[in-house]
Design a protein around this ligand. Structure first.
Ligand code: GRG
Length: 299
């Protein structure tokens, strides 16, 4: 089988097992409080590319972690991601009505339910990470819990979101934009790589640092590509000015650098990410393929 078909098959298999692992860990819809549990399942199941779980598994494979343990780390990071999407979509933030092709949680249910769905998903993420052995020692598992907490908190994703909200209508320079995205989108992507890295055999510090740097680069890459895709979609469908988030007038890589330079920057980040993993050998094939997928995705 060629490498592209192998990767596609691997990706579909991980997406499927992530769906089952999430479905098994979410509270059953018929149990009380029924409306909250239904809404949690509505938010999490049946959608999304599952990029973060794919990263957990690809990194975990590289370090010989068991797939069942990786499922738990993958669920934890995806639950945090979905919580952030549910809250981000609310009227007090981005005020979006569609997510993953269906009405957002506050539209389908109501705002209070959406708030609680986010809260409960965040708590469930840490429960899943903490409630059974996940790696070599309890101390290392605590490190994983702390790692995810830092990535989600005010010095990670939530902090990045705060910077983003404060930037509406403002001019950000390139380093400020970078700082915001390294936190808002990048921190969780980086944490996904590092959770996978901690779930297997202990790694040499140099290899851990390599993976951490790789995670940082692809986190940024993810956002640069997201800005490029948004800009292309806006220009194609609505005839808006390329690169402007017309709804909120937020700065993006495209508005700051222009489309050509933003594309060039994405290629530069991809090459740097690939280069970082070069010393890690053939075990990193899926991780490299995921970096390519993040760079070349069309949605
Ligand atoms: C509310 C604390 C809090 C944080 C929100 C990540 C985030 C912070 C908001 C999401 C806003 C957004 C659309 C950012 C652009 C990049 C991004 C994270 C896109 C969505 O992630 P994908 O493409 O989504 O992985 P799927 O649906 O495939 O999981």
């Amino acid at each position: 089988m060629d490498m592209v078909s192998d990767f596609k098959q691997w990706m579909a298999a991980i997406q499927q097992r992530t769906e089952s692992a999430l479905a098994a860990r979410l509270p059953a819809p018929a149990t009380a409080p029924q409306r909250l549990h239904e809404a949690m399942r509505y938010a999490v199941l049946g959608g999304g590319k599952r990029v973060r779980p794919l990263l957990v598994h690809a990194t975990g494979e590289l370090v010989g972690a068991s797939p069942e343990r990786l499922d738990r780390a993958a669920c934890a990071v995806e639950l945090i991601h979905v919580y952030s999407l549910v809250h981000d979509d609310m009227p007090c933030m981005d005020d979006d009505v569609l997510r993953r092709g269906k009405p957002t949680v506050h539209v389908e249910y109501d705002q209070a339910t959406a708030l609680l769905v986010g809260d409960a998903l965040q708590a469930l993420a840490f429960q899943v990470l903490a409630e059974a052995p996940l790696c070599g020692s309890a101390a290392e598992q605590l490190d994983m819990v702390a790692l995810l907490a830092r990535a989600a908190g005010s010095r990670g994703m939530a902090g990045g979101q705060a910077i983003d909200l404060a930037a509406v209508g403002q001019q950000l320079d390139r380093s400020e934009l970078e700082f915001m995205h390294i936190h808002k989108t990048g921190a969780l992507i980086r944490a996904a790589v590092m959770l996978g890295a901690h779930a297997g055999e202990p790694l040499a510090v140099a290899d851990l640092e390599r993976l951490d740097h790789f995670g940082k680069l692809i986190g940024l890459l993810f956002q640069v590509v997201d800005d490029i895709l948004d800009s292309e979609a806006d220009t194609a469908t609505l005839g808006k000015t390329a690169g402007k988030d017309a709804e909120h007038d937020k700065p993006t890589y495209v508005s700051l650098l222009g489309l050509t330079e933003a594309r060039r920057y994405a290629e530069e980040l991809l090459a740097a990410a690939r280069g970082t993993l070069a010393p890690m050998g053939s075990g990193s094939a899926h991780l490299l393929a995921l970096a390519d997928y993040i760079a070349r995705r069309s949605f």
